[in-house]
Every structure is written in structure tokens, then in C-alpha cells.
Design a protein around this ligand. Structure first.
Ligand code: ASP
Ligand code: MG
Length: 403
């Protein structure tokens, strides 16, 4: 029998009623598969545990933090397993160290590097359903570790990899990935199939369905993921390799950011090394620079440089630039009222004219484009925040995403 990995997120196991629903879902798969279950903590529990650590100290020990915050998963796994036993199934819970799930790296941000399969394989052979704690592992010092917030996604992907599962199903509270934020556009459509690469672009741009780093793990290990809701029976979204996708759409999705800021330095000297002098101290301070444009200088001596950062980094960026003795400029301008709108799709690799269609569609709406950046499967423009809805809706139509 084939193996399937089911992952349940915090809201899916948020109450005992939800847990009873989860047990029903597991029972359904058990008819056809060997099922491995990974569960998050009940929603809110991990946050409460983190708050407790803060009440003890702002500098709470990292290793004890992992012991503390990983305890939520023990609770939910025991409850799921208990309910399955109630229903007459052969089920048991497993903590990461009992398996063990080995991790490497720092406390709070470890990575899974090995999963011991023996006990689980034997248990599956006997018809059992293992219910395993997500988010945690142990390191080579035999201490408990955690793998970053939302880490149960990554735990599930790694189980699917090591057990060569047919698929990893991520049960959450949304029923899939949409062509754009359904809260911004009513005609947003659920995407049936999306490639890892597109999903990564969607995730880092704000479609917060899965932890981006777990999608990267899935991509590297070629694990098929299905994202779906435990609250409805609707079909979800399949995340898979490009080869598996037969699709005539050029663009798969449109995403946008809401917390970007634009910085412009007017009248910087136009000579080698200046851009490096501006960005070096920013990178040393872990400020992530996203889009960059430099104007062609009119007189060969001076130019204007514009870039975007996260709004949270704005005051720090201001300070760093003003203190930078290596650069001269005439004026420094900041703008918090900007948003980056991106169209994403592997289809653009083979289709000419996509950039033109995007710009034309925005021009028709009289939306001014401030900065542009592109990658193989993405075109992003920076526009005034107040135009975001208008931009998304016209692009959604232009690339026929409501069909
Ligand atoms: N319970 C952990 C968290 O809230 C892990 C997870 O939900 O995946 O971050
Ligand atoms: Mg969670």
C-alpha cells in the first residue's frame, strides 16, 4: 500500500470538535493508504508558550525555549491519537525524540536532516496510524530543537521525502492557493495546479498559505503537495514540478505587498563604487533591499538612485544613509505609500509580449509605474498603494485569470 502524509495546522486541530473532524479525515485516507500524520499545536498554544518564556526573561535560553514551545504538539498529537483509538483504530503518538527526527543548526531555527524510519515502518506494517509531532526534532547533543514558526509544514515534507510518500497533503483553514487575494478581488479563482517555483514567488510575495522554506524543501525533494481545507470538502491546490503541469495560462497568479517603502537619493555622484558604498552598510545591518533603479545621468556627473525596503526598516535605513560619510547626495526622499504588484507565471518564459500587456493594462487605468523588476517567471511593478485594487483587477482581467 502506498504511503500518504497528512499534515494538520493549528486551526484544523484548534478544538476537540475540530480534532474529531480530523480523525474522520484520517479514517477516510486509511481505507486506501498507509497514513502518516503530522500535527501542529492547537491554534494559539505556541503563542501562549512563547509569551510565558517572555514573562520569565527577555533573554530566555534558546535551548529551553525549544523544549517549552515544542510541547504544544505533544498535546494535539495525543488528542488526535486518543480519538482514533476511541474509534477503534490502531493509533499512537510519537514525539520527535522517540523516532528520532534528527536536526542540525541553531536552536529555534534547526533543519531536519534525517528521520529514522524503523519504528514507523514496522508500525505501518501492522496497520497502525502514527501521529507525529511536527515542528520539533533532536540535535546531536540529544536536546530538543524546533525548526522555525510554522515548521510543521517542513516536518511533513521531510516525512514525505524520507518515506517516499505518494503525496503530502497540507490541511489548513483556506481551501487552496488563489490567483490573487480573494479579499481584494471577488473574482479571484482557486488555482488547480501550480509549480514550486510559482508558489515560492507567491509565498514570498504575500500568499501566506505555506511556510516558504518548506516549499523549497518540497521542490528540492520533488514532493507533491496538496493544500486543502479541513473545514470543507472542496478540492485544493496541487503544488508540483513544472513538467506535470499542462496549462494554457500565461500568468498563474498576481500578488502584492503592503509594507514596502521607497527610498530615493537625488544627485548622487555617477562613478564606480558609489552604489556599493550605499548598499554595503545596509546589508551589514541586515536590511533587505528589494527593487533597485538608477537613472541615466543627464550630465554624466550626477544620477538618482531609487530602491525599496520593508517599511519597518525605514528609520534604520534613514539613519544609516545620513551617517554614511562615503556618499554625497543632494536630497533624500522616502515614500511609504507604495506597493509592489507582481504577475507570476512559468508561461511567460515562452510567451513574448507579457511585459507590454502588463504595462498597457496599467496605463489604461492611468496607473503610474515607479519601479520595475523582473525575473524569469515574474514581473513586478511598484505603484501608489491607493491603486493596488485597481491594478490587480485590471491585470486579472488582462491575463484571463477569472476563467
Ligand atoms: N506550532 C508551531 C507554530 O505555531 C508550528 C506549526 O504551527 O507548524 O509555529
Ligand atoms: Mg501554525
Amino acid at each position: 500500500m502506498k504511503i500518504i502524509v497528512l499534515k494538520f495546522g493549528g486551526t484544523s486541530v484548534g478544538t476537540t470538535d475540530r480534532i474529531k473532524k480530523v480523525a474522520k479525515i484520517i479514517a477516510k485516507y486509511k481505507k486506501k493508504y498507509n497514513v502518516i500524520v503530522l500535527s501542529s499545536a492547537m491554534s494559539g498554544v505556541t503563542n501562549n508558550l512563547i509569551n510565558l518564556s517572555k514573562k520569565i526573561s527577555k533573554n530566555f535560553s534558546d535551548s529551553e525555549y525549544d523544549v517549552l514551545v515544542s510541547s504544544g504538539e505533544q498535546m494535539s498529537c495525543a488528542l488526535i491519537s486518543g480519538e482514533l483509538i476511541n474509534k477503534g483504530f490502531n493509533a499512537r503518538s510519537w514525539m520527535s525524540w522517540q523516532i528520532p527526527i534528527n536536526t542540525e543548526g541553531k536552536y529555534k531555527f534547526s533543519r531536519i536532516n534525517k528521520i529514522n524510519k524503523n519504528q514507523i515502518v514496522n508500525y505501518l506494517k501492522k496497520g497502525g496510524i502514527p501521529i507525529i509531532t511536527g515542528f520539533q526534532g533532536i540535535n546531536n547533543k540529544n536536546r530538543i530543537t524546533t525548526i522555525g514558526r510554522g515548521g510543521t509544514d517542513a516536518s511533513a515534507i521531510m516525512f514525505a521525502k524520507f518515506f517516499n510518500a505518494e503525496k503530502c497533503i497540507i490541511y489548513t483553514d483556506v481551501d487552496g492557493v488563489y490567483s490573487t487575494d480573494p479579499n481584494k478581488l471577488k473574482t479571484a479563482k482557486k488555482i488547480k495546479v501550480i509549480s514550486y517555483e510559482e508558489m515560492l514567488e507567491m509565498a514570498s510575495l504575500g500568499a501566506k498559505v505555506m511556510q516558504p522554506h518548506s516549499i523549497q524543501d518540497a521542490r528540492l525533494n520533488r514532493v507533491d503537495i496538496e493544500v486543502r481545507s479541513s473545514f470543507t470538502d472542496n478540492e485544493g491546490t496541487l503544488i508540483t514540478k513544472r513538467k506535470n503541469i499542462i496549462n494554457n495560462k500565461i500568468i498563474t497568479g498576481i500578488s502584492n505587498t503592503m509594507n514596502d517603502a521607497k527610498v530615493t537619493l537625488l544627485g548622487v555622484r555617477d562613478k564606480p563604487g558609489i552604489a556599493a558604498s550605499i548598499f554595503k552598510p545596509l546589508s551589514e545591518n541586515f536590511i533587505n533591499v528589494d527593487m533597485v533603479v538608477q537613472n541615466i545621468s543627464a550630465n554624466g556627473k550626477e544620477t538618482d538612485l531609487t530602491f525599496t525596503i520593508k517599511s519597518d526598516d525605514l528609520s534604520k535605513t534613514k539613519r544609516i544613509i545620513l551617517q554614511n560619510k562615503k556618499i554625497n547626495f543632494r536630497d533624500l526622499i522616502f515614500d511609504k505609500n507604495v506597493s509592489k504588484v507582481s504577475i507570476i507565471g512559468v508561461g511567460m518564459v515562452t510567451t513574448p509580449g507579457v511585459t507590454y500587456r502588463m504595462f498597457q493594462s496599467l496605463a489604461r487605468q492611468k496607473i503610474n509605474i515607479q519601479v520595475i523588476s523582473t525575473s524569469e517567471i515574474k514581473i513586478s511593478v511598484l505603484i501608489d498603494k491607493k491603486n493596488v485594487r485597481k491594478a490587480i483587477s485590471s491585470l486579472h482581467k488582462e491575463f484571463q485569470l477569472n476563467k
